[in-house]
Design a protein around this ligand. Structure first.
Ligand SMILES: C[S@@+](CC[C@H](N)C(=O)[O-])C[C@H]1O[C@@H](n2cnc3c(N)ncnc32)[C@H](O)[C@@H]1O
Length: 217
């Protein structure tokens, strides 16, 4: 049986995926959330390992950039929306790519182990509170290789000042359900990550929480 697709994963299809990089990554990320796109590219370039699991892939933009000068990588793409895994897999077809359809809130349909797990711009799409969304970290830990790294980014605007464009994007996207993050805050996400990993680097850039986490507790 197909998994139910909540609104945060529903909008990725034949019409939207081709414009995702231009509209979301090149406009919303820097101008609504205050984070230069280069920040995400640098994180991916530095952290993607030999066996990488990416969860919530959309177009696979950051992976494409990170792997641009690599010859080999074993990539697993997991998304609740099969359109996204198919689209990103096609863009990454020169590598060994496995596709998996699955909800990050449920045990993952992949066994790993993975040297790196990317969860970029994912949690802010998912339903629930931050502690409820953080269950995805527990599932990630189960398939993380010893010495592996879990990293991600999520827009955590609660309690922060947003510019007019940011407020417009936040309100509009929470109204449609494309994002579910109006109540998400940096400190709660930080404590959920710190509760699960011994070695973390977590920072707030603009209104986005960026994290790297190693050594699960
Ligand atoms: C905003 S896009 C992020 C894409 C990419 N990681 C990036 O940073 O550009 C969110 C992606 O997460 C997927 N997604 C949303 N909720 C999900 C869930 N519960 N489990 C797995 N994937 C989900 C969506 O289908 C979409 O492909």
């Amino acid at each position: 049986m197909n998994q139910p697709i909540h609104a945060g994963a529903r909008y990725y299809g034949a019409l939207t995926l081709p414009i995702y990089d231009a509209a979301v990554l090149n406009i919303a990320v820097p101008y609504a959330w205050g984070v230069p796109l280069a920040v995400g590219r640098e994180m991916y370039r530095r952290m993607v390992g030999a066996r990488h699991l990416d969860i919530g892939v959309a177009t696979g933009y950051f992976l494409r950039k990170a792997l641009a000068d690599r010859d080999m990588a074993e990539i697993t793409l997991m998304d609740l929306n099969e359109n996204a895994t198919r689209y990103a897999a096609d863009k990454l077809r020169r590598f060994t790519v496995t596709q998996a359809v699955g909800d990050a809130l449920e045990p993952f349909p992949v066994s790993g182990p993975f040297d790196s797990i990317g969860m970029f711009h994912l949690l802010h799409c998912m339903p629930g509170t931050i502690p409820e969304k953080a269950v995805a970290l527990d599932h990630a830990i189960r398939v993380l290789a010893p010495g592996g790294i879990c990293f991600g980014a999520s827009v955590t605007p609660a309690g922060r000042q947003l510019g007019a464009f940011g407020r417009m994007v936040l309100n509009g996207s929470n109204r449609t359900g494309a994002l579910n993050n109006a109540q998400d805050d940096h400190d709660t996400l930080r404590s959920e990550i710190e509760a699960r990993f011994n070695d973390t680097k977590i920072e707030l850039r603009g209104v986005m929480t960026l994290w790297e986490a190693r050594d699960p507790k």
